[in-house]
Design a protein around this ligand. Structure first.
Ligand SMILES: Nc1ncnc2c1ncn2[C@@H]1O[C@H](COP(=O)(O)OP(=O)(O)O)[C@@H](O)[C@H]1O
Ligand SMILES: Nc1ncnc2c1ncn2[C@H]1C[C@H](O)[C@@H](COP(=O)(O)OP(=O)(O)O)O1
Ligand SMILES: [Mg+2]
Length: 192
């Protein structure tokens, strides 16, 4: 499956930076198909499948699930929406450079990477707050710390990897949600 470049936007950034929040607003305004790797994985866990049980254990530890699993899920979800999609907004993928390389090989190059950026301190605060109601097994102090460490080690290099192709737009996510979205809108509108 190859999907044209202009039909793919990536949303990346640390845990709790605000990717999901901005993606929701993008979907409401632009009608893209939102595919969050974390949501896809949590749906698999919720299904109670054997594969889901293994994923659950990995996610609870704040680690990355195997590349093949997550790429296969994204690909399947893209195919399922191919007829109706006005373009895809892929959230939380790639989380390591290797995932980016495989994505380019199997699906194609993206047009834009929204780099949703917030300070570590801000992300921890937001995740602890989210944890009060999210019911997510990974929104606890210990796992948050591991996710942050892994983010700086494995995922930040992804941003540098895409900088080379000039598609990265850094979004200051320290601002209130609507102000963040104004920056996001500008980045997307520049594509047109
Ligand atoms: N710009 C913002 N200002 C304040 N709180 C925010 C902002 N963006 C997101 N949040 C809050 O931070 C938490 C994490 O946001 P979320 O979108 O789930 O992040 P991610 O998908 O990157 O983990 C949520 O509880 C959300 O309401
Ligand atoms: N692309 C990917 N590769 C490997 N593991 C992934 C993944 N996307 C998500 N996961 C796993 C590990 C993450 O810690 C967990 C939660 O992901 P998420 O919902 O995208 O987190 P958040 O939105 O808080 O950044 O799921
Ligand atoms: Mg999210």
């Amino acid at each position: 499956m190859r999907i044209s470049t202009e039909d793919k936007i990536l949303s990346n950034g640390g845990p709790g930076s605000g990717k999901g929040t901005q993606c929701e607003k993008i979907v409401a305004k632009y009608g893209y198909t939102h595919l969050s790797s974390g949501d896809l994985l949590r749906a698999e866990v919720a299904s109670g499948s054997e594969r889901g049980k293994q994923l659950q254990a990995t996610m609870q530890k704040g680690e990355l699930v195997p590349l093949d699993t997550v790429l296969e899920m994204i690909k399947e979800a893209m195919i399922a929406k191919a007829d109706v999609s006005k373009g895809y907004l892929i959230d939380g993928y790639p989380r390591e450079v290797k995932q980016g390389e495989e994505f380019e090989k199997k699906i194609g190059a993206p047009a834009l990477l929204l780099y949703v950026d917030a300070k570590a301190e801000t992300m921890v605060k937001r995740l602890m707050k989210r944890g009060e109601t999210s019911g997510r097994a990974d929104d606890n102090e210990e796992t948050i710390k591991k996710r942050l460490d892994l983010y700086y080690k494995a995922t930040e290099p992804v941003i540098a990897y895409y900088e080379k192709s000039g598609i990265v737009r850094k979004i200051n996510s320290e601002l209130p949600v609507d102000e963040v979205f104004a920056i996001v809108e500008k980045a997307i509108d520049e594509l047109k």
